[in-house]
Design a protein around this ligand. Structure first.
Ligand code: F6P
Length: 546
């Protein structure tokens, strides 16, 4: 049993969950007219309504008590003060420093963090200016028109998600592409229409060892040198972002063309560093700074606001409540804003790679549910695909609905339809419709008794399905920064409450190691005897069928 389960608040929440499971949110709303005021938080440019969860004031108090008993506030300060809270890797966790949220004097291992960050921001700014103003020229003297970011996981999802979300803010000075998959189909497709002399590659890899990224980067180098007939062209067409400059240089990237990142930035939290270079090239450096400013505003709120009115804290506690205490297994991310079409994929990595673990930071087995699996899709598309499941399956899936008051691309009549659905869905998921109502509605439509008996059970919606609603004024660089930082800090809080080391990812190593061995075996056609018979036969089939 983990020490968390011995906390008075934890024990209270376990028994309170049993009581709450027999409640319906409809009753909670009808007996408390101030429910919205009690369970919502408004910040400049962003509103969180969490009233449509199976909670009451006692739930909230007990969850806040849990946060206190877990020393959340002290942990938060440890993070911002650069203590090595990534225990298994002995690293500080300072992605917030990338947006200027830490003390200017803060040092880690003798290095001033603020200075390191500013130095790289200056280097980025100068580089972005050169490329966008046409002063950075390719091997044939032509300006750069296309940027190809090669990277995977945190070196891809954050920058690509943001690039997509802020498309309307791009002046198309350069066109940005992302290559993440080692399936050659992706890079081949992207390179096909491009002119090598006008392309700049960014090889983004914290470790500079990731096989998929290295393979894509080699292909890109070959593509360039085949066209330029000159190895020196690499210096004009390749930059790297990495915490491993030695590897980047031995790969062939010129020292001046390397942007630093640091071991105190986790890959999945790195879009604020030079890993976000493609964003800055696309939007210009001022808008990149606005993104950082939005995240900084959220950091400030997270650090200063009382726990009961603290958006990341409340979102984390509600998630822990739904998952650990009420037993939800998954969580849907449902943006009602086309610009956020990659948000679910991004949050999958952010939350699942951070907290998808089953031992505590002290290595003890965890026997309570930790984080849900995260999945999602644009809300409207989901409505016509999987919402059936959200409304009527016997699995309860808590969902975050994310929408904007104003569309960045207004088209007459569209936004109202979109938002009407946005509001309708959370209401429907909460209220449902009971059999009596279904029968009355069918009778009012003149349906026969036989028809009503047959169809009524199928039309019942039990409701009581938890949702959070996040309503942003609009998607712009600042507000997007705020939104992403909200989820980042939520993930941190979840980790503290669940006693999980959120900043390592050992679970990705086993498969990586096996793949490296298997690749050698496939290339040499010599299979080792170490495989189970299923894997061995699959490999045999693959080799024989080639
Ligand atoms: O395999 C998972 C992972 O290590 C992620 O944590 C990381 O974001 C991604 O791979 C890419 O790693 P890198 O930036 O070192 O290439």
């Amino acid at each position: 049993m983990s020490s968390r389960q011995l906390l008075p608040s934890w024990k209270k929440l376990v028994s309170h969950a049993q009581e709450m499971k027999s409640q319906h949110m409809n009753d909670l709303f009808s007996t408390d007219k101030n429910r919205y005021e009690k369970f919502s938080i408004e910040l400049p440019n962003m509103l969180l309504d969490y009233s449509k969860n199976l909670i009451n004031s006692e739930t909230k108090q007990s969850l806040l008590q849990l946060a206190k008993e877990c020393d959340l506030e002290a942990w938060r300060e440890k993070m911002f003060n650069g203590e090595k809270i990534n225990k298994t890797e002995d690293r500080a966790v300072l992605h917030s420093a990338l947006r200027g949220s830490v003390d200017e004097q803060l040092t880690v291992d003798g290095e001033n963090i603020h200075q390191q960050v500013n130095q790289q921001l200056d280097k980025m700014s100068a580089f972005v200016g050169k490329v966008r103003q046409g002063h950075w020229l390719g091997y044939s003297g032509k300006r750069i028109t296309n940027i190809v970011n090669i990277g995977v996981g945190g070196s891809n999802l954050g920058p690509q998600m943001v690039t997509e979300a802020l498309k309307q803010y791009s002046d198309d000075c350069v066109k940005v592409h992302y290559v993440s998959n080692v399936d050659g189909a992706q890079i081949a497709d992207i390179l096909r229409p491009l002119e090598p002399e006008k392309v700049l590659f960014i090889v983004s890899s914290k470790t500079f060892t990731t096989t998929e990224t290295m393979t894509n980067a080699k292909t890109a180098i070959n593509w360039l040198t085949a066209a330029s007939f000159d190895d020196k062209a690499v210096a004009k067409h390749f930059v790297a972002v990495t915490a491993n400059p030695v590897n980047a240089m031995s790969f062939g990237i010129q020292e001046d063309n390397i942007f630093d990142m640091w071991d105190w930035v986790g890959g999945r939290f790195s879009l604020w560093s030079a890993i976000g270079l493609a964003i800055a090239l696309d939007l210009g450096f001022d808008k990149f700074k606005q993104l950082l400013a939005g995240a900084k505003a959220m950091d400030k709120h997270f650090r200063d606001a009382p726990l009961e009115n603290n958006m990341p804290v409340i979102m984390a506690l509600v998630s822990v409540w739904n998952t650990t205490f009420l037993g939800a297994k998954s969580q849907a991310i449902l943006p009602y804003d086309q610009t956020l079409h990659m948000l679910a994929a991004y949050l999958q990595q952010a939350e699942m790679e951070s907290n998808g673990k089953s031992v505590t930071w002290d290595g003890e087995e965890i026997d309570y549910p930790t984080v849900p699996s995260i999945w999602g899709e644009l809300g409207i598309n989901g409505q016509h695909a999987f919402y059936q499941y959200l409304h009527q399956s016997n699995n309860i899936v808590p969902a975050d609905f994310i929408g904007s008051v104003a569309s960045v691309t207004p088209v007459k009549g569209h936004h109202e339809t979109l938002m009407a659905n946005f509001f309708a869905q959370t209401q429907a998921l909460m209220t449902g419709v009971d059999e009596q109502q279904v029968r009355e509605d069918l009778r009012a439509k003149g349906r026969t008794a036989d028809y009503i008996n047959k169809v009524a059970p199928h039309k019942v919606h039990k409701g009581n399905r938890p949702t959070n609603t996040l309503l942003l004024k609009r998607i712009d660089p600042h507000n997007l920064g705020q939104l992403i930082a909200l989820y980042e800090q939520k993930i941190f809080v979840q980790g503290i409450i669940l006693q999980i080391c959120s900043f390592d990812q050992w679970g990705v190593e086993l498969g990586k190691g096996l793949a490296a061995n298997i690749q050698q075996e496939l290339e040499s056609h010599k299979l080792s005897n170490n495989h189970d018979c299923s894997t061995r036969q699959l490999m045999n089939y693959y080799l024989a069928a080639q």
